[in-house]
Design a protein around this ligand. Sequence first.
Ligand SMILES: Nc1ncnc2c1ncn2[C@@H]1O[C@H](COP(=O)(O)OP(=O)(O)O)[C@@H](O)[C@H]1O
Ligand SMILES: O=P(O)(O)OC[C@H]1O[C@](O)(COP(=O)(O)O)[C@@H](O)[C@@H]1O
Ligand SMILES: [Mg+2]
Length: 708
Amino acid sequence: MASSHIILPKEEEEEAAAAAVAEVGLGAAVEADHDHRPYQEQGPGKAALPFSATCVRISRDSYPNLRALRNASTMTLHDDDAAFVKLEEGDYGYVLDDVPHLTDYLPDLPTFPNPLQDHPAYSTVKQYFVNADDTVPEKVVVQKNSPRGVHFRRAGPRQRVYFESEEAKACIVTCGGLCPGLNTVIRELVCGLSHMYNVSNVFGIQNGYKGFYSSNYLPMTPKSVNDIHKRGGTVLGTSRGGHDTKKIVDNIQDRGINQVFIIGGDGTQKGAYEIYKEIRRRGLQVAVAGIPKTIDNDIAVIDKSFGFDTAVEEAQRAINAAHVEASSAENGIGLVKLMGRYSGFIAMYATLASRDVDCCLIPESPFYLEGEGGLFEYIDRRLKENNHTVIVVAEGAGQDLIAQSIPAADQQDASGNKLLLDVGLWLTHKIKDYCKSKKMEMTIKYIDPTYMIRAIPSNASDNVYCTLLAHSAIHGAMAGYSFTVGMVNGRHAYIPFHRVTSTRNKVRITDRMWARLLSSTNQPSFLSQKDIDAAREADKAANRMKSREDAKKQSTPVLANGTDGVEAQLAAPILPQQPATDGPVPQPARPDVNNATAPDAGDQEEARTTGTDVAGGTLTQAEVKPTPGTNVSWPTTPPDTPERDVAPAPRTEHAQATEMELDVDTARPEGCTTPPPVQDSEGSDTQSADCRGSPMHGMQAGASVKRD
Ligand SMILES: Nc1ncnc2c1ncn2[C@@H]1O[C@H](COP(=O)(O)OP(=O)(O)O)[C@@H](O)[C@H]1O
Ligand SMILES: O=P(O)(O)OC[C@H]1O[C@](O)(COP(=O)(O)O)[C@@H](O)[C@@H]1O
Ligand SMILES: [Mg+2]
């Protein structure tokens, strides 16, 4: 039975101890210890103790605060993480999921006035320092009787800091894959430390985590980083793997570093958390600030990761090229692979922005090729309707389908990420074979822009975002917190490490955003009647469980702040399946049941109010609107929309074609080596350049299609 240390407010000590004793049979043993830990800044001077905290060994399931946390949000809390959770409850179901502070284990640290108060630029700002009690809500869509839910500490400068400028010694490291904006964050960390806090001891760690113990630290000054934001990549170098917590902390300790800025994705933030824990174990006065980076935009809680906008924008170029190529050929097919190992955000946003895409395939939405409602049937139809078609595929899509035909070597990269098979290349050959079997003349152009996309410098809006993230990170570190920084509902916040490492954002195929995509492309949803039935069953099971939970709650009142989340995790997710005709069922990516904040999380809120158990990953016939092209009882032809008001070409047109042009081109940008096993990709953003290059555009009989 897992047990863990939990910091408890004084007034609950007795109750919790009693609860622990009562649960001895379940493995709980009171062990209490007694370090009195202040946990938050209390204005000028030495931090005051808001409560006398006690460390108690207790089964985490038995502690109502943690239950409240789980009830108030959809996160999954790992047992190990429970040891470092700092919770405060307020009125009306308010929960503060706070970040650790140096004074948690070094209660007598002196504080100093924030040098910003004398800064010619900042000192004029009215109320420049954030209120010590300010917090940011995880959810902003609420109903009249909603509990207030989980909050995070608001980021920003504090009146008192825990490092003197001359004593502060900071280091910066970048880990994981590249992402637009890395250099901007580095630049703004160096400049911000120097310009705002007069910190001149700043060092770069080269080539990721292993640089802590395998290379020299690079002194960095505002002058040396002045122009780096105009370049892609990271001037510090990056790597996967190489995380050795003890060796890293040994080096931090030996070199007298007291602020560690760690830029990287979910893996990197896990590493940052380990570093923080080791630092705390050793009692070092070192603040650890994580700045989340991922091109895939799949880090939990935060609104968006830096570089994502830039990536989506750049992906547009590839999609435009694919569209020009496809629409300039007879039966032209343009296929673009974008990054997205587990999450299809880049593909989804690039598709929505483009309007030239006929089908978007992402890891979260399993698809199949053959039979009614399958991809081939859809391609066939689009070619007949429009003479060309554009497909966007995220690199993590269809991996199980590919594994059926290509024996997948179960390889991993240095960080333990599974190496992917090249879905773009595989799909190209599958489509080619299909057309050949149908004696259909066609041209397919496969474009893999993945590394080109992530190697560019960040665009203007990402540059500003990177600057603000860097500044928030600096303020938090100077104030003695350890955290991952991020924007939550438009406000910068200090988020506990466990929050961003315990789950990953995924596109929820039960949310309105994915529905928007389906309705914009009119692609099949690839859900079968079997899937819908399974969804109904799972929904019923979830409801039964919910009733049991409710009954239990009535008999045992706890600090229940809400119900979503707990039931959600109990409910079995829907696993859409391909039809029997298409061989074994692929293991589909499931709607992410633990996803706290996806870019489209607002949709989930609405779904909840309309009765859809989205958080539980379930969907019912009532909530799921018939999706065009679905191979269920819904019509396979799309409803009449202006976009789709097309007179389909007679089927015989293709059947009569005897000549074949199977021109499979794989456009590989320089430096992009993507042989079958092993892949990655990513994508991009915003507006569709109006790229209607087809000489056939608008020439088809009956065609009044907006998108060509
Ligand atoms: N569970 C973990 N604990 C400690 N370090 C980790 C963990 N997972 C990944 N890392 C380290 O984080 C770094 C980057 O991880 P990776 O998954 O490749 O990229 P990202 O951080 O972008 O997700 C690597 O150096 C890797 O060793
Ligand atoms: O080829 P590399 O450098 O291992 O990176 C590829 C992977 O990195 C990703 O871009 C995600 O990495 P990050 O989350 O670190 O940005 C994936 O989409 C892709 O599979
Ligand atoms: Mg990762």
